[in-house]
Design a protein around this ligand. Structure first.
Ligand code: HEC
Ligand code: HEC
Length: 505
C-alpha cells in the first residue's frame, strides 16, 4: 500500500466501484508464472523434420531447471553526447534489478505490460562483456557516426546491464531483429523488418561487434567458422556451400546472416534459404510458429517456450544426429520463467495494426469480391485471414499418420522448397500466413523475396529475368520467384481493387 496516495485525498474523487476494484487488485496475490519448460506440453510441441520423420529433441524439464534463470534489467546505451547528465555515474551506483518482477504482477494486463519491457529490453546473456576496451568504445562519440539513434539518443544494438560484478556491455535480443523503421524516424519493435532508415543504419557503435564473442561462447571449443557451420549444417543431407564454411569465409560475414535488411539466417536455417523477420503483431492468429511451422502455437506459453528455444534451450539433436559436441549440448543458459511468460503474454496481446489510410470503400469492396472469386478465402479464411493450416512444400508427401495431420492441407502453393525441405527447419510445410496487417509488410513470402503487394501479384515475378524486390537469393540478382500463382491473372482494375482490399485488413 505504500505507493498509494493517502486515501483521504483520492476517496471523494472515486466512484465506489472503481475503489473496490482497486482494493481488489491490491489485495490479489501476485501471480506466479506457469512452468514454461513442461514435459507434457513439450511432447508434441515440435513438428517432425520431414526427411527424418522424427521431432527435434529437447531438454527434459529436470535438465532445464538445473541451472538458475537469468532475469536482469538492462539500460539504454546513448550516443555519448546525448547521455542524460550524470547518467554514467548514476549507472555505476545501481544494484542488479529484475527485468520482470513477478511480485508486482496481478493481471493479464500486468503480464503484457511487463512483457513489452522484457521483449524490448531483454539482452542476450552470451553477448555480455566487461572488456574495458569495448566499454570505452561504446562511450566514444567517434564510434557513433553511422549509428541509428532512437528519438531519445539511445541506440538499438547495445544495452548496459547492471550485474553483481558491475556494469557490463550487452546486446539487445528480440528487438534487435524484430524492429520496423517507420518513415517518421521512429521504430516499432515487433513490427516487420525490411526497410532500413535513410542515413545512419548501424545498430552498434563502430568496432563493437560482439557476435564472434557470443558465437564462441555459445559453441565452446569452436572457432567462429566452425560455429557458423554448426549453426546450419544438415548431417543427413549436407549442403556443400554450408560445408565449405567450416574452412573459409565464403561471403562477407554480414551477407551470411543478413542477406537483406528484412531477412536473417537463424540457427537451423541456412544463409542460402533465409527467412524474413516477420511481423509479430498478429502471431495470435497463427497456430504454428515460424514460416515452416517448426512448433505449435497454442498460446502465450508456447511463445515463451519459443523465446527460450531460440536462446539456447535447444540441444540440437535430431534422432541419431547430434549437431553439438557433448560440452556444447549441456544447457548453459536459461531465462527466468517470469521473463519468458511475460514476453509470451505480450506477444499474444498484440494485434495487427489497422491501415490509417485505406482506399475508398467502393474499390476495396470490389477487391473483396475478387478475393472471394479467386479462392483466396479457402486458405486466408476471414476473419483471421488464415485457416492456421500447413501447406506442403513442393516435393513433400507426409505420411497419413503424421502427428499434425489435422492441420495439413494436402496441396502445395509451390514456393521455393529449400527451407522446408533441405534445412534443419525442414518440416516439409509452409504455414498459411495471416493477411491481417499485410499492408504494413515490406517483405512477403517466407524468404522475403517479394517486396510489395504489387510485386506479389505481378505475373512477371515468376519469369527468370525478374529482379526480386526483396531477398535476392544465392543465385544473384535475376531469378523468378516461383509459386503462389493465385491472383496472377487479373485485369489491372481487378488487381488494383484486390490490393486496395488487402490494404484494409
Ligand atoms: C537475429 C535476429 C532475431 C532475433 C534476435 C530474434 N528473432 Fe524472432 N525471428 C527472426 C526470424 C528471421 C524469424 C523467422 C524464422 C522462420 O520463419 O523460420 C523469427 C521468428 C519469430 C517468431 C515466429 C513468428 C511467426 O510468424 O511464426 C516469433 C514468435 C519470434 N521470432 C519471437 C522472438 C522473440 C521473443 C525473440 C527474443 C527472445 C526473438 N524472436 C529474437 C529473427 C530474430
Ligand atoms: C492453397 C492455399 C492458398 C490460397 C488459395 C492462397 N494463398 Fe496466399 N499464401 C498461402 C501460403 C501457404 C503462403 C505462404 C507461402 C510461403 O511463405 O512460401 C501465402 C502467402 C500469401 C501472401 C504473402 C503474405 C506474407 O506475409 O508473406 C499474400 C499477400 C497472399 N498469400 C495473398 C493471397 C491472395 C490475395 C490469394 C488469392 C488471390 C491467395 N493468397 C490465395 C496460401 C494460399
Amino acid at each position: 500500500m505504500a505507493q498509494l496516495p493517502p486515501m483521504a485525498t483520492i476517496l471523494p474523487k472515486m466512484r465506489l466501484v472503481t475503489l473496490m476494484l482497486l482494493l481488489l487488485a491490491v489485495c490479489l496475490p501476485a501471480a506466479d508464472p506457469p512452468r514454461i519448460w513442461d514435459d507434457e506440453a513439450l511432447k508434441d510441441w515440435a513438428t517432425p523434420v520431414a526427411a527424418l520423420g522424427v521431432r527435434p529433441g529437447h531438454y527434459s524439464a529436470a535438465e532445464y531447471y538445473a541451472i538458475p534463470g537469468d532475469n536482469l534489467k538492462t539500460y539504454p546505451v546513448y550516443h555519448p553526447n546525448r547521455e542524460p547528465k550524470g547518467y554514467w555515474e548514476w549507472l555505476q551506483k545501481q544494484r542488479p534489478e529484475p527485468l520482470v518482477d513477478a511480485s508486482k504482477i496481478r493481471s493479464a494486463r500486468d503480464w503484457a505490460a511487463a512483457g513489452q519491457r522484457a521483449f524490448e529490453d531483454l539482452d542476450n546473456v552470451f553477448f555480455r562483456t566487461d572488456d574495458p576496451k569495448l566499454i570505452a568504445r561504446a562511450r566514444d562519440p567517434e564510434a557513433f557516426k553511422d549509428v541509428f539513434l532512437l528519438p531519445d539518443g539511445s541506440i538499438i544494438g547495445n544495452r548496459w546491464v547492471v550485474t553483481e560484478k558491475g556494469v557490463v556491455l550487452g546486446e539487445r535480443e528480440c528487438a534487435l531483429c524484430h524492429v520496423q523503421f517507420t518513415p517518421s524516424g521512429t521504430v516499432a519493435f515487433g513490427g516487420p523488418a525490411g526497410v532500413e532508415p535513410a542515413g545512419a543504419t548501424d545498430r552498434n557503435p563502430a568496432g563493437v561487434n560482439l557476435v564472434p564473442l557470443a558465437y564462441t561462447r555459445f559453441f565452446p571449443g569452436d572457432n567462429f567458422l566452425v560455429a557458423l557451420w554448426r549453426s546450419y549444417t544438415v548431417p543427413w543431407n549436407p549442403d556443400p556451400r554450408v560445408e565449405a564454411l567450416k574452412e573459409k569465409m565464403t561471403h562477407p560475414p554480414g551477407a551470411l546472416f543478413v542477406g537483406d535488411p528484412g531477412t536473417f539466417a537463424r540457427f537451423h536455417g541456412s544463409p542460402w534459404a533465409q527467412t524474413k523477420v516477420p511481423d509479430l503483431r498478429g502471431i495470435r492468429y497463427s497456430r504454428y510458429i515460424d514460416a515452416s511451422g517448426t512448433h505449435r502455437m497454442r498460446g502465450a506459453e508456447d511463445l515463451a517456450r519459443y523465446a527460450a528455444f531460440v536462446n539456447g534451450a535447444d540441444p540440437m539433436t535430431f534422432g541419431d544426429h547430434q549437431i553439438l559436441t557433448p560440452a556444447q549440448r549441456k544447457i548453459r543458459l536459461r531465462y527466468a520463467d517470469e521473463v519468458l511468460y511475460a514476453i509470451g503474454m505480450y506477444l499474444m496481446s498484440l494485434d495487427a495494426p489497422k491501415n490509417p489510410n485505406p482506399a475508398p470503400d467502393a474499390r476495396s469492396a470490389a477487391g473483396q469480391k475478387v478475393f472471394q472469386r479467386e479462392g483466396c478465402i479457402s486458405c486466408h479464411v476471414p476473419p483471421d485471414y488464415t485457416s492456421g493450416k500447413l501447406t506442403l512444400a513442393q516435393g513433400y508427401n507426409p505420411p497419413a499418420d503424421h502427428p499434425n495431420a489435422d492441420d495439413i492441407v494436402r496441396l502445395s502453393v509451390g514456393t521455393d522448397p529449400e527451407l522446408a525441405m533441405r534445412t534443419r527447419k525442414g518440416t516439409g510445410f509452409y504455414k498459411i500466413p495471416t493477411l491481417r496487417g499485410v499492408w504494413t509488410r515490406t517483405r512477403l513470402l517466407h524468404d522475403g523475396s517479394v517486396a510489395s503487394l504489387e510485386e506479389m501479384f505481378d505475373p512477371a515475378r515468376v519469369q527468370p529475368d525478374h529482379v526480386p524486390g526483396g531477398w535476392k537469393g544465392p543465385a544473384g540478382d535475376r531469378r523468378g520467384i516461383p509459386g503462389h500463382p493465385f491472383g496472377l491473372k487479373l485485369t489491372p482494375e481487378e488487381k488494383a481493387a484486390l490490393l486496395a482490399f488487402l490494404r484494409t485488413l
